[in-house]
Design a protein around this ligand. Sequence first.
Ligand code: B12
Length: 347
Amino acid sequence: MTASTTTPPRSLDDPDVGERYLRLVGDGDEYGAVEIVTALLDNGADPARVMLDLIARTQSRVGELWAANEWSIAREHAATAISERALAAVSARSAVRPTRGRITVACVDGEWHALPVRILGEMLRLDGWRVDFLGANVPGPHLVTHLHQTGPDAVALSCMLATRLPRAHAAITACRSVGVPVIAGGPGFGPEGRWAHRLGADAWAPDAEGAIRRLAREWPPPIEDPYRTGFLGDDEYTYLMRHRGELVQTAMTRLTAAYPPTGSYSRRQHDSTLEDLGHVVDFLAAALYVADEQVFTDFVAWTAAVLEAREVPPVALQIGLTLMRDQLRDYPAAIAIIDAGVATLRR
Ligand code: B12
């Protein structure tokens, strides 16, 4: 062991602190990771900076390493669990008496990325908010029951995956209809929160610090008609949602003929392919819902990179898109979005 791996870090400016922390979470060394965090706080580091510059930044690196096929899913899961412990350690050592108001922090229905929003919750707590943290996957009706029981000043709603946008819309409308304004966030809401605004959110922020600034500026914002965005899904969206299983299964069956390497796929490869085809339908449906092809083209670009890291050539994805397109001949908006996806792939 070298001195740098045994000596506790003195500050976040130590050149190797990020690498050391990443190594520890990657090795499943929970105690080592918590020790680093504790040592930084002991040496006077700002808890907010520890959460954002160390824990959050490392999680993003973990995502990159998984996407590049350098880390397994299990290793990512273990690292995330350790980051949750490290975050709890920061939280335990930085109590702040609430002075601002009460805020409910939750992920939309079907959204399992609880850690980003947990960081947001802790940051709001440090800023003086009384935070009710509801965590991952909160169904709309339960969220509304909670609002009735607690009467918060705001709901902070997280959506990391654009596929959850229709559910986010239902949640936003439900919160606003009981008079609680919503601040939305997470990359699922698109560049500059484009889709948060389309779905009627009262505010959007790119990250925890942005949320703190936005909530300090003007809150509550004037509540407009809570139903102003109505139901955005059209016939094409509804068709896709109703026939999701059939669309995926048919594409999978035809894939063996269209792309022969799938014939010798292992069970695991077969299941991942099914999952990818499911994502094709889900991102397509979300793109139709908010009427913006970028939901789909971003997904295609990201999936192509993930598949390439696993030695699956882009042509396999292109064939998958074409097999989906063939089944949607009577749905012009869906076809146009798939074509934009294929064009992205060619570029
Ligand atoms: C850990 C992780 C998981 C864990 C989550 C566990 C947990 N307890 O959180 C699990 C294993 C469940 C998971 C599952 C999946 N994941 Co995942 N995951 C990640 C990973 C590696 C880290 C997430 C994280 O903690 N990031 C760190 C935080 C701090 O990031 P952050 O975005 O900067 O956070 C800030 C903002 O987002 C913002 N914010 C967030 N919410 C809100 C809300 C409000 C109101 C505001 C104002 C701000 C705000 O504030 C945060 C703090 O500043 C990311 C990689 C990444 N780059 O994030 C992938 C990632 C998000 N996952 C991804 C995917 C694809 C999936 C799966 C579909 C994988 C699969 N095949 O099943 C599933 C989907 C599950 C679901 N339905 O939700 C992709 C998404 C890509 C895309 N195109 O959308 C990513 C980007 C990985 C990648 N590089 O490809 N995942």
